[in-house]
Design a protein around this ligand. Structure first.
Ligand code: SF4
Ligand code: SF4
Length: 624
């Protein structure tokens, strides 16, 4: 799809959009002037679209160094009266949380929406935290759509809610909503206004204790108003399925879709209260709804948040309607739901033979998809880096070190034969983790961090490691892009979000200025040189830095294709001894074993050459 349709589509037109694309259209229809983000799946496509169309839409868009900075950019713009939008994956909100929490106190002048894209079942994340808690923790309204049309419509409504209440709105999607594709009917676009005016008012914007105490009281009053708004919100509706339903179901987000499919499969009747404005919960409305049914089921993904609040409310209001939730329906608190799970859980409760219904869903798939374990791409420069690390360790007969890893493609160094990821917490955590291992045990410590991750959250731990005289080898895997989320820009690059020229910050200059004891830049495609650099780094004191600089192989491929240059490598089967050193050291997905010798799949080989550099017989040859 041409992304410009999202800007140019007129009210009433219809387009097939991804949930994330619908979020952009909704933000444009709401008239945003400023947007900022740090890329993270499952929200990445929002930035991909905005980086392409922001100029045409009259919107300022940037990839900030991390989610906290992005939220701050949007918060300040909203304080100037400019409708502002920031979006991030669920764990990104942890990074932004410090400012997010206080934003709730300060409130907003213009509409300010913070989209959190949660990832139940951790499709591309380190945890499956339920960010609905953040709305409750900070005290901000929460809106949750169930499909791309709602993503677009609810986004527009969220900016209105934000302005009406004078507070930011948390907008929560999950992977299935972000990546669902469906028809979306456009509304009219409100003109983007990218400039406003900041009216100084320290009492309103500077939360020193005297002000923050008052702000907290104001926040509670705004949340009372938010509850009144939630009670009458058009984002919440009742859906009747079947004849004379006696069972009521309260649900929201993707769980609503599974409930609808499950009822259809079972041919069962139910009244559904489908919530869109999910915090504060419209408890009056839920009590009233409960009065129309004999029992109330709460179907929600991950934590039993709505269930607990509804049960507590019914108890205090002496509502007799039984409320059944996670334990009663045997719906797990872990992992995302799907149609089969919800069909089985509801089927048990409805007394309907669920195995047939569940099987029908499974039968709809012609065959299971083959398992594809995650692996570094053929030609990935990180392969050469990890090969050099392992070679240097072997050559120095170093006792097995501890490897602190970080968030990025290079986390795949966890796999054999590299086995270079022993501990991982979050973005930028590797250097701090390495410092802890340095003080609490005696083996040599390595940290691996990407270029984008380094600027996201690696600067402070590096300063701390140098200042506290830790000893470690830090590898900054600089593949000249933010690769894992789709090649977005970062501060080490010469281009900004839309590909426009931008000042690049030298990683080498930064780490030297921060006092690293040893700094060396390597080309990971030159295994011998890289190994020599690691031998030196391992023997150095203090914080030794290796900058492994080589462009992501996917980007390199594009450049090579554009120039019409291509090379692959092949094994001379006649001379190959079958020692398999190449496969054991490089573990490249383009290589396999046939008839006792190594073979390179010419369709997969990227021509990086690292396997040829470790073949003791020199029988891996270039084939242009
Ligand atoms: S390292 Fe060389 S000789 Fe050994 S299996 Fe690979 S191609 Fe053959
Ligand atoms: S087969 Fe060898 S040259 Fe080809 S991509 Fe893999 S490691 Fe690189």
């Amino acid at each position: 799809m041409d992304k410009h349709v999202i800007v140019e589509g007129v009210g009433g037109s219809r387009e097939l959009l991804l949930g994330n694309e619908a979020a952009v259209r909704g933000a444009l229809e709401a008239g945003i002037g400023v947007a900022a983000s740090y890329p993270g799946t499952p929200s990445s496509e929002i930035g991909d679209v905005l980086s392409t169309i922001a100029g045409a839409a009259g919107v300022y868009f940037e990839y900030s160094a991390n989610e906290k900075v992005a939220l701050e950019v949007a918060a300040a713009a909203a304080a100037c009266g400019v409708r502002s939008f920031t979006f991030m994956k669920h764990v990104g909100l942890n990074v932004a949380a410090d400012s997010f929490m206080t934003t709730a106190y300060i409130g907003t002048k213009a509409g300010f929406v913070i989209l959190t894209a949660d990832d139940p079942s951790t499709h591309s994340s380190q945890n499956e935290q339920d960010n609905r808690y953040y709305a409750r923790l900070a005290g901000v309204p929460l809106v949750e759509p169930s499909n791309p049309q709602e993503v677009k419509d609810f986004m527009v409504a969220s900016f209105d809610i934000s302005e009406q209440l004078g507070m930011p709105v948390l907008f929560r999607t999950t992977t299935r909503i972000s990546h669902m594709r469906a028809d979306v009917v456009f509304g009219d676009r409100r003109p983007a206004v990218a400039k406003g005016e900041f009216v100084k008012d320290a009492k309103a914007y500077v939360p020193v204790p005297a002000n923050s105490l008052r702000m907290h009281v104001q926040l509670l009053a705004r949340m009372d108003e938010a509850r009144r708004l939630s009670e009458t919100s058009g984002l919440t509706r009742v859906v009747d399925i079947g004849q004379q339903p006696t069972i009521g179901i309260v649900t929201a987000g993707s769980a609503f879709n599974y409930v609808m499919d499950a009822l259809e499969q079972m041919g069962a009747s139910a009244r559904i209260l489908k919530l869109g404005f999910t915090y504060p919960l419209p408890l009056d409305r839920i009590r009233e709804f409960a009065g129309t049914v004999e029992q109330l089921l709460v179907v929600e993904e991950l934590e039993p948040l709505m269930e607990q609040e509804i049960k507590a409310d019914f108890l205090s209001h002496r509502i007799a309607t039984p409320v059944l939730g996670k334990e009663d329906l045997q719906i797990s608190r872990a992992h995302e739901l799907n149609v089969d799970i919800v069909t089985k859980c509801l089927g048990r409760h409805f007394g309907i033979a669920v195995t047939d219904a569940a099987a029908a869903t499974v039968k709809a798939w012609p065959s299971p998809l083959p398992l594809r374990p995650p692996v570094l791409c053929a030609g990935c420069p990180h392969r050469g880096t990890y090969m050099a690390v392992r070679r240097a360790i072997r050559e120095l007969a170093l006792p097995e070190p501890i490897f602190a890893s970080d968030i990025g493609c290079y986390t795949l160094g966890i796999s054999a034969p590299f086995s270079a990821a022993d501990y991982l917490l979050s973005m930028g955590s590797s250097i701090g983790i390495a410092a802890g291992f340095d003080v609490a045990q005696d083996r040599r410590v390595f940290a691996f961090i990407g270029d984008s991750t380094f600027f996201h959250a690696g600067l402070s731990p590096l300063a701390s490691a140098v200042h506290n005289k830790h000893r470690m080898v830090v590898t900054i895997l600089d593949n000249r892009t933010t690769a894992m989320t789709g090649h977005q820009s970062n501060p080490s690059m010469l281009t900004g979000a839309a590909g426009e020229p931008a000042p690049a910050i030298s990683i080498e200059a930064v780490v030297k200025a921060m006092g690293a004891s040893f700094v060396r830049t390597i080309n990971p495609y030159r295994v011998e040189d890289a190994t020599a650099a690691y031998r030196e780094a391992i023997q150095a004191d203090g914080v030794a830095i290796i900058v492994a600089k080589q462009i992501c192989s996917l980007l390199l491929d594009r450049a090579k294709r554009a120039k019409g240059v291509w090379q692959t490598f092949r094994v001379d089967a006649e001379r190959c001894t079958g020692c398999l050193t190449c496969i054991h050291e490089a573990a490249c997905p383009a290589m396999y074993v046939a008839q006792g010798h190594a073979v390179i799949n010419q369709d997969l080989c990227d021509g990086c050459s690292v396997c040829s550099q470790v073949c003791p017989e020199h029988v891996i040859e270039v084939k242009r």
